[in-house]
Design a protein around this ligand. Structure first.
Ligand code: KIV
Length: 281
């Protein structure tokens, strides 16, 4: 059964945790879907983990559409949320509605996600009025990395903490169906989760949130270099990949691959005849 906005809301109400993971391609989406993840986020984190940028700012609508289409084809049951990339909604309410519409109509997503609080409420209202569910994103909002001066925990002082709570209430009132809380203290996420009627989905925001989201490369040990404190490694797929790749290289160089088991055969008479015709033994 396809997960929907109502599924996520009823999970909040019943206390069943929501599971969300990122995916950026068909194969990964298929596997996550088969495992029963509730929602798949086509995050603009793809700029970093798929395209090798330093941050999410260069990601375009075309990048997001390309990856969202692939994920949507692989997600039979999971609720697919597509990120709105930097400058696809900040520029105007009109741009926000048009670009959100493209992610649903061309990309096949069921909802869009955008970053920010009070300053994007008009956009959220207009997108929801166009019958498109919107997931908000507060706390460490990576598209504001230049304002924050790096990827840092947010909401650690009183003013910033209250601003995040106020923003959460405002985007709920504007019509958001859920909100991602990234990199904020667990106690702050708890207050927000208790005050909101829509689900909170945490990443580095403690375990009281209504659900969790992780970047799949982080949780499967595929990320090289620094990974944030909250990114628990649930499996070491990176090591498994390296082992497999090294075996392939060794066996190919030694001639042990492909062996008979991985080779097609043909009737000897046919080969004899071809060789004879070509003047060879
Ligand atoms: O882009 C992304 O993957 C995200 C998650 C970190 C929540 O926004």
């Amino acid at each position: 059964m396809k997960n929907t906005v109502s599924t996520l809301l009823s999970q909040k109400q019943s206390g069943e945790k929501i599971t969300m993971l990122t995916a950026y391609d068909y194969t990964t989406a298929r596997i996550e879907d088969e495992c029963g993840v509730n929602a798949i986020l086509v995050g603009d984190s793809l700029g970093m983990v798929m395209l090798g940028y330093d941050n999410t700012l260069p990601v375009t609508m075309e990048d997001m559409l390309h990856h969202t289409k692939a994920v949507s084809r692989g997600a039979e049951n999971a609720f697919v949320v597509a990120d709105m990339p930097f400058m696809s909604y900040q520029t105007s309410v009109h741009d926000a509605v048009v670009n959100a519409g493209r992610l649903i109509k061309e990309g096949g997503a069921q909802a869009v996600k955008l970053e920010g609080g009070a300053e994007v409420c008009e956009q959220i209202r207009a997108i929801v009025d166009a019958s498109i569910p919107v997931v908000g994103h507060l706390g460490l909002t990576p598209q504001s990395v230049n304002v924050f001066g790096g990827f840092k925990v947010q909401g650690k002082n009183y003013e910033r903490a209250v601003k995040i709570i106020d923003d959460a209430l405002l985007i709920q009132e504007a019509g958001a169906c859920a909100v991602v809380l990234e990199c904020i203290p667990a106690k702050l996420a708890e207050i927000i989760t208790n005050e909101l009627t829509i689900p909170t989905i945490g990443i580095g925001a403690g375990n009281v949130c209504d659900g969790q989201v992780l970047v799949y490369q982080d949780m499967l040990g595929l990320t090289t270099g620094h990974t944030p404190k909250f990114a628990k490694k649930f499996a070491d797929v990176g090591t498994l990949m390296r082992e497999g790749l090294n075996s392939y290289i060794q066996e190919t160089k030694s001639g042990n691959f492909p062996s008979g088991e991985h080779t097609y055969s043909v009737d000897d008479d046919i080969i004899k005849r071809i060789k004879k015709e070509r003047g060879k033994k």
